[in-house]
Design a protein around this ligand. Structure first.
Ligand code: B12
Ligand code: SF4
Length: 475
């Protein structure tokens, strides 16, 4: 009898700041593709509750119908409880089901998660492909998983953390994500605010990890502090494949750090001349120093379909950038925004308020900075102590964390006070940030009448009553 594996993308809330969207469950599809290739004789299903419009009743129905031996889900912090609930549903329906969770949140907190949630059998820490395959092979043969590297589980009344697993040396060796497993509802994936409701939105991965060490970031630790990339040729081929095979016309490269200087140039060489480039638009996150130091790369990337870049600008205070360990200068942000503007690439600046030393005055200075910077879109968020970060370690040690409900770790809820502001005041300051940028008639007119169609849509959404109304309700 073939082994049955069910991946579940649980019901979850939208991140209202970015408007209405439906992203494919790319992480799960990447894992599924690897398992499909490496484990013969396995049946895999992916339940995407958002795309399939299934609530918790639908999750139970799907588990009952498919009767999987293994149920797997992936979580970052604000979605962690949803993943746990998947495990609980699976165990309720059939206690023999093996429940496996992975992702950045569970990797950071394996002990706490296994102790708090007995329905979770085991946690795969860090990179998942090889560990999951190892696990499935043993499970399929009826062997125990006691010595599978990279997992944590309960054993002998305690939590056992097996040694970590070495990273996959060559990311080009990974198969393309298994989009065929969600083919029936592929046309539902969209990102209205940025590309319109009818443009097919797909996500792909170009690299893993980051060589920087920002204090609030989970990603560099999750990937053992190293940056690995697929070759530019492979990235170009994968983009082409997603376009030609699955109609992807708006692509997000998940890379935490794009390595704009080197890979940007090489990717341009690989993409130019490929016909699909005229039919897609793609975006990614990059560092401001990279963009500022390599202004000529922007024009080339624009030529091959790059229309939007997200930048973690964080702050207009050099002191704050140093506190965060960013290794960037405030001036880089100005140069980066100007470079993108000159090349007709939408610039999105992400700014953070609510760090320990923030006061009413310093946050007002962040708002002034945002206006002066003049990026096409500005997203403000609240410094969030994600488990696994240096910020979390320090906040936890000092007793600053006032909200332990992980569902609120979405960078919009204030989780900690600052030295001089209460949590409520931080929340009010966040509202004020959005009111300043998107409540201003002058800014909105500039946005709505912009010649850049993405900016137009973004402003229409951000200036609408919904965003401000939701932020107000958080106070
Ligand atoms: C795409 C994306 C989104 C998409 C949604 C993706 C989805 N389907 O849910 C959208 C735009 C909706 C989104 C929203 C948000 N996101 Co987001 N997002 C990403 C991004 C860029 C890529 C995710 C991805 O596909 N990665 C590729 C896969 C392969 O990596 P992976 O998921 O880590 O999986 C590997 C391993 O971790 C492991 N693994 C993971 N899960 C499992 C499960 C099992 C069973 C196993 C065996 C292994 C395993 O194996 C995989 C392969 O090796 C990541 C950053 C990143 N590079 O990962 C941020 C990231 C996950 N997002 C983050 C955040 C904070 C958010 C938001 C809260 C706010 C924001 N600023 O965007 C909102 C929350 C929305 C919500 N309510 O759900 C943070 C999470 C931090 C944390 N600890 O919680 C990340 C890490 C970004 C960052 N640099 O900090 N996001
Ligand atoms: S915030 Fe960006 S640059 Fe800093 S460590 Fe994380 S991924 Fe790297």
């Amino acid at each position: 009898m073939p082994l049955r594996l069910l991946f579940v993308e649980p019901p979850k809330d939208y991140w209202f700041l970015m408007g209405e969207y439906l992203p494919p469950p790319t992480g799960l599809l990447i894992l599924a593709a690897y398992v499909e290739r490496e484990v013969p004789d396995i049946e895999i299903q992916v339940l995407d509750c958002q795309a399939q419009k299934r609530g918790w009743g639908g999750v139970a129905e799907c588990i009952e119908d498919f009767s999987p031996h293994v149920v797997a889900a992936s979580g970052f912090t604000c979605n962690a409880y949803g993943c746990v609930r998947v495990a609980q549903e699976a165990k309720r329906i059939d206690p023999r089901t093996l429940t496996v969770l992975g992702g950045v949140h569970f990797t950071a907190l394996p002990e706490e998660s296994l102790l708090d949630f007995p329905e979770v059998d085991l946690i795969v820490r860090g990179e998942g492909e090889v560990t999951l395959v190892d696990l499935l092979r043993r499970w399929g043969k009826g062997e125990g998983f006691g010595d599978v590297a990279g997992i944590s589980f309960r054993g002998n009344g305690t939590v056992v953390h097996n040694p970590g697993r070495p990273l996959i040396p060559d990311l080009d060796s990974l198969p393309y994500p298994a989009y065929h497993l969600v083919e029936e509802h592929l046309d539902r994936y969209h990102f209205s605010m940025m590309a319109g409701k009818n443009t097919q939105y797909l996500i792909m991965e170009g690299s893993r990890g980051c060589s920087h060490r920002c204090s609030f970031c989970t990603q560099w630790r999750h990937w053992n502090g190293v940056w690995r990339t697929k070759s530019p040729k492979r990235i170009a081929q994968e983009m082409e494949f997603l376009h030609d095979e699955y109609g992807g016309r708006f692509l997000w490269l998940t890379d935490d750090n794009f390595d704009y200087a080197h890979r940007g140039r090489e990717l341009y060489e690989e993409l130019r001349g490929r016909p699909f480039i005229d039919d897609i638009s793609w975006f990614f996150q990059a560092r401001t120093d990279d963009i500022a130091q390599n202004p000529e790369v922007a024009g080339r990337l624009r030529e091959v379909g790059n229309t939007w870049i997200l930048m973690g600008v964080e702050s207009g205070s050099q002191e704050r950038l140093e506190e965060f360990g960013k290794g960037e200068r405030v001036g880089d942000a100005y140069r980066a925004v100007e470079t993108l503007r000159r090349n007709d690439i939408l610039s999105q600046a992400m700014l953070v308020i609510g760090s320990r030393e923030d006061t009413h005055r310093s946050i007002e200075a962040t708002r002034d900075f945002a206006e002066e910077l003049g990026s096409d879109i500005t997203i403000f968020s609240v410094l969030t102590p994600f488990p696994g970060t240096a910020v979390h370690e320090m906040a936890d040690r000092n007793g600053w964390i006032e909200d332990r409900n992980y569902a609120n770790y979405d960078m919009v809820h204030a989780i900690m006070p600052t030295a001089s502001l209460t949590r409520r005041e931080v929340q009010e300051e966040l509202l004020e940030c959005y009111q300043r940028v998107y409540g201003s008639v002058a800014n909105n007119l500039r946005g709505v009448f912009s010649s850049n169609v993405i900016k137009k849509r973004a402003y229409r959404h951000m200036a609408g009553k919904r965003v401000i109304g939701k932020l107000r309700r958080l106070i």
